[in-house]
Design a binder for this molecule. Structure first.
Ligand SMILES: Cc1cc2nc3c(=O)[nH]c(=O)nc-3n(C[C@H](O)[C@H](O)[C@H](O)COP(=O)(O)OP(=O)(O)OC[C@H]3O[C@@H](n4cnc5c(N)ncnc54)[C@H](O)[C@@H]3O)c2cc1C
Length: 413
């Protein structure tokens, strides 16, 4: 047991144990058995229902659901850390599957904090009862996603998706893209402009949109280079009419989203870490068995040095991630800064870990059937999800130097 594991609570130890068994016994054999499966161009047939059902059996599909609605409530004081531990474990098996599951946790945290009680009852009940039900959150649009993350708080940067109140209903029109679980989800959290005269921070509202609402259409499944089992999707809203009570937050939705954006960044970095751990495990196994130049690879010093660097990067990511998770749990003033640091640091360092793993495998590293290149592809998508690396850096600087850091956006000239 390492230092990190010694700090686990009993609950975390047990959850990690059952999650690890699920990953080792079910997920990894599934991935290794057929490397072509993730390339099926029929998104409905990509991930067998049995995998989601298996995740459900070990209780990792519905984390974040309060006990009174049938969930297994985690210790609130350490919930964010527990999310990180479990997300890392699942991503060690497959980061697309991890992404599928963690969207449910994130949206559950949002629901329990912001949704009216009768909608919490309805959706938590459905989530608990249906092992295939998935949630998604829809912020990004074909234009301006980075503007909303910064945020570039002017009317011109407003969401193009609009919601207007008419005759006691909200009517939504617009398009969301790059949405994890977008192709499969039964419930969407949708961000839309409700006041075009003000900036995104003052004029963006959030809504709960059941997929079967007339006017909602899944336009496509985006074929991503990594995390392919997450079935990223594009959703169109055309005169989609919602009851008034499906409004979550009026106008200040981005301000209130911190309740799940912060745990979301932790989970993001943790999934990323899991991909790096898988790459390290595979590479260390390989270099201890593969003979080249008359000795196993690890005995060649250049190889040993690479392995040491990979291990160091993994521990550095884990340490920063742990510090950020502690800051979120304590609601510390530097929590957002640390979350962005952990997310961006993980995305860049783990990609290097995966590149090293690929190189240490020689030609085998780029052969599809070996699955090492898959880890490299999986790691690459973390550069762009939950804000790009550069936008995350701007957020770090802005939070550290709020008076002088500037806006990082605006008209030319
Ligand atoms: C795998 C994956 C999963 C995702 N899942 C979700 C999801 O579940 N829900 C959701 O809502 N979204 C999701 N996204 C969308 C994601 O949040 C956006 O892709 C991301 O925020 C970047 O936005 P963009 O792609 O529009 O890039 P753009 O905003 O068009 O940026 C393009 C480039 O310009 C740079 N740039 C932009 N503005 C500035 C500036 N002011 N100064 C300097 N550089 C700038 C960026 O850093 C980037 O390099 C996902 C994306 C991916 C790849």
């Amino acid at each position: 047991m390492n230092i990190h594991e010694r700090a686990f609570s009993e609950e975390q130890r047990m959850m990690r144990q059952s999650c690890r068994a699920f990953v080792d016994d079910v997920v990894i054999p599934f991935i290794r058995e057929n490397w072509q499966r993730e390339w099926l161009m029929d998104p409905d047939g990509r991930l067998p229902a049995a995998i989601l059902e298996g995740a459900d059996k070990v209780g990792i599909r519905t984390l974040g659901v309060p006990e009174e609605f049938g969930g297994f409530e985690l210790d609130q004081a350490t919930e964010v850390q527990t999310f990180a531990i479990i997300a890392e474990e699942i991503a060690r098996g497959d980061c697309g599957l991890a992404d599928k599951l963690v969207q449910n946790w994130k949206v559950s945290v949002l629901l329990r904090n912001l949704a009216p009680r009768h909608l919490q009852e309805r959706w938590f009940k459905r989530l608990i009862e249906n092992p295939r039900l998935l949630f998604a959150h829809c912020l990004s649009e074909p234009r301006g996603a980075s503007d909303r993350w910064l945020p570039y708080n002017v009317p011109e940067a407003a969401m193009h998706t609009k919601a207007v109140k008419k005759n006691g209903e909200w009517v939504i029109n617009g398009r969301k893209h790059f949405i994890s679980n977008g192709y499969d989800a039964g419930l969407y959290v949708v961000y839309a402009n409700t006041n075009p005269k003000v900036g995104v921070l003052q004029g963006t509202s959030s809504f709960l949109v059941p997929r079967d609402t007339p006017g909602v259409a899944v336009a496509r499944c985006n074929e991503t280079m990594g995390g392919r089992f997450m079935n990223n999707g594009e959703i169109v809203f055309e005169d989609c009419r919602l009851p008034e009570d499906h409004l979550l937050v009026e106008n200040d939705a981005l301000g209130k989203a911190g309740v799940y954006f912060r745990p979301g960044k932790i989970i993001q970095a943790a999934k990323n870490l899991g991909v790096g751990v898988a790459a390290f495990e595979r590479a260390s196994d390989y270099v201890q068995n593969y003979v080249q130049g008359g000795r196993v690879l690890i005995k060649h010093q250049a190889v040993a040095l690479r392995l040491a660097d990979m291990a160091t990067k993994i521990e550095a990511v884990r340490a920063l991630l742990g510090r950020a998770a502690d800051a979120v749990a304590a609601n510390a003033p530097d929590a957002d800064t640390l979350c962005n640091m952990a997310k961006v640091f993980a995305s860049e360092e783990i990609l290097k870990v995966c590149q090293n793993a690929m190189e240490l495998h020689g030609g085998n590293g780029v052969m599809l059937e070996m699955g090492i290149e898959k880890l490299f592809r999986d790691a690459a998508i973390f550069l762009h999800s939950d804000a790009t690396a550069d936008i995350s850096r701007f957020k770090i600087v802005k939070s550290m130097f709020p008076q002088t850091a500037g806006k990082y956006a605006g008209p030319e000239g």
